[in-house]
Ligand binder design. Structure first.
Ligand SMILES: Nc1nc2c(ncn2[C@@H]2O[C@H](COP(=O)(O)OP(=O)(O)O)[C@@H](O)[C@H]2O)c(=O)[nH]1
Ligand SMILES: [Mg+2]
Length: 190
């Protein structure tokens, strides 16, 4: 029996969301990348979502990647509806984005308290932050953080499989949202 499980892949621009979905997907990725209209440090940006699928054992994962730019944050709400888990990607080579990444995690989890895993990408690059150090920055247990190279299929499969383990472990799935750094609007204000 196949169980489709919707997973949201989020994170700041350049974290590796599109790359991870392209690396993992066994079906042709639906992508909404366009040429960036402003300088965001790379040529293309995702404006609505990326969508791919991957089968892991009995589970069919539906992967929805969010846009990274804040001006598209209305899409985060749309994409989180019906989701069962959140994979938040953070580039280990862009510590300047950690604060914004933490804000994204809070923004999503105050509206949708989804079980989550932090994926620290670019682990194949010299000087990348180690997952344990990012866990400390996010004030989150080390078991909720994994390091990966988003271009490596085995590493990406390990990340989503760890997230599935978290979903299946009630004690981990129920962790409260990370403490807020910013005041966040209550859901009824949306
Ligand atoms: N070496 C390496 N490059 C990566 C990794 N993740 C993403 N990239 C590259 O970083 C750039 C931004 O990735 P992208 O998937 O577009 O980021 P997004 O904005 O989160 O969708 C692309 O050139 C990717 O090929 C990684 O883990 N290792
Ligand atoms: Mg993208």
């Amino acid at each position: 029996m196949i169980h489709p499980i919707k997973i949201v892949v989020s994170g700041a621009v350049g974290a590796g969301k599109t790359t991870l979905i392209q690396t993992l997907s066994e079906t042709e990725v639906i992508s909404t990348d366009v040429v960036a209209s402003e300088d965001i440090g790379k040529d293309n940006t995702t404006i609505a979502f990326d969508f791919g699928t991957v089968q892991l054992g009995d589970d069919l994962l539906l992967l929805f990647g969010t846009p990274g730019q804040e001006r598209f944050d209305f899409m985060w709400d749309v994409l989180c509806q019906g989701a069962m888990g959140l994979l938040l990607l953070v580039s280990g080579t862009r510590p300047g984005d950690f604060r914004h990444s933490r804000h994204i995690l809070e923004f999503i989890r105050t509206r949708y308290p989804l079980p989550y895993l932090l994926g620290v990408t670019h682990q194949d690059r010299p000087g990348a932050w180690a997952p344990e150090d990012v866990a400390e920055y996010f004030d989150t247990p080390p078991g909720r953080v994994i390091g990966l190279d988003a271009t490596d299929p085995a590493a990406c499969r390990r990340a989503v499989s760890d997230l599935l383990t978290i979903l299946a472990t009630p004690a981990m799935a129920d962790v409260p949202p990370v403490p807020a750094l910013y005041p966040v609007q209550p859901p009824e204000a949306l």
